[in-house]
Design a protein around this ligand. Sequence first.
Ligand SMILES: Nc1ncnc2c1ncn2[C@@H]1O[C@H](COP(=O)(O)OP(=O)(O)OP(=O)(O)O)[C@@H](O)[C@H]1O
Ligand SMILES: [Mg+2]
Length: 369
Amino acid sequence: MPVRSLPRTTAVDGRHPLIVTTDPLLLDDLLRLAAAGGAEVSVAVDATAAAPGWATAPFVLLGADAAPQCVLADLSARTCVILVARGSDTEPPWRYAEALRAEQVAVLPTAEAWLVDRFADHASGNPARGRVVAVLGGRGGAGASVLATALAVTARRRGLDTLLVDADPFGGGVDLVLGWERMRGLRWPDLVDARGRVNPPALISALPGDGSLAALSFDRSELNGVPAEAMAAALDAGRRGRDLVVVDLPRRFDDPSLMALTAADRAYLVVPAELRACAAAGRVAAVAAAHCPALSVVVRGAAPRGIDVEEIAQALDLPLAGILSPEPGLVRALDRGAPPAGTGRGPLAELCRLLLADISPRSHRAMAR
Ligand SMILES: Nc1ncnc2c1ncn2[C@@H]1O[C@H](COP(=O)(O)OP(=O)(O)OP(=O)(O)O)[C@@H](O)[C@H]1O
Ligand SMILES: [Mg+2]
């Protein structure tokens, strides 16, 4: 289909979704998808032409062909950059995605339906509002999954619609941390083959959940990971349909976990107050900070004669978000299937309230009233 026969493109004005590409086939595809979603778009052929609208466009669709020069042009960092590649291109441009802090890499034609949704949401004035918080451990067994789950449980107590996403295929499943392993609903292995249109409310309502808290968990099967597209769809569903998305990250990053980290409004690195844990956390922090500028440290269990908490944060060159004192009875509670911070009392619940106050997610329902 010739580009010029497609309607509704405007000059680059920063008010419409901005497409940046010189690839005529990609442009044809994107204009077709924008038309299907009923959205008017601006088109720029290079970084210079894109500059007037770059900072304020509702979202940017950056063709893989134009990504290298946009990196070189040093355009200001912004959210909602989606890197678009055609599946026939050799490899998705992950390294440019990192440099541009792209929220997602959309590979066509797989991501077509998702992009139509994205355009349609824009056209209907219904942008994503949910905030994303990621939690990762500085060493094995640091307490990241417990903190991620406790954050989700505390958010639910605050009346926030929350999605807990398990991004660690080798973590045993966050459904187990919630005590939900017998609860009906879809897990990652049920979803990884899903292709095409993802309907956020339908996705979330298919998960194990209790109404205001839903969990997308690995199970005890042999699945070694999920495609980045599946993580993108889950994050997108969460940001559109929920107030808060909490992601439990592995320490060994893969594409989907890097995508979640890049999408995070806040990320917390849990570091036990021990020398070896700090050394291990240094490696994790270096990688994670490159993907998420809003990374800070939660120090767990400062021993009376242990290392100074402030010193740990300084050594990692990260801000200190909070201190996690040992939670009495946690291990027994987990074994009983009682979720962490479930009673709303204790140091864990207290820290979670502090961290949530910092990100201040707002309830969709409250905003709708
Ligand atoms: N706040 C806490 N107070 C006391 N014990 C805790 C706390 N958080 C975690 N633990 C203990 O540490 C164990 C490991 O916690 P968790 O599974 O959250 O760590 P992780 O960082 O996710 O580990 P992994 O490397 O396996 O992902 C828990 O099973 C529990 O025994
Ligand atoms: Mg874990």
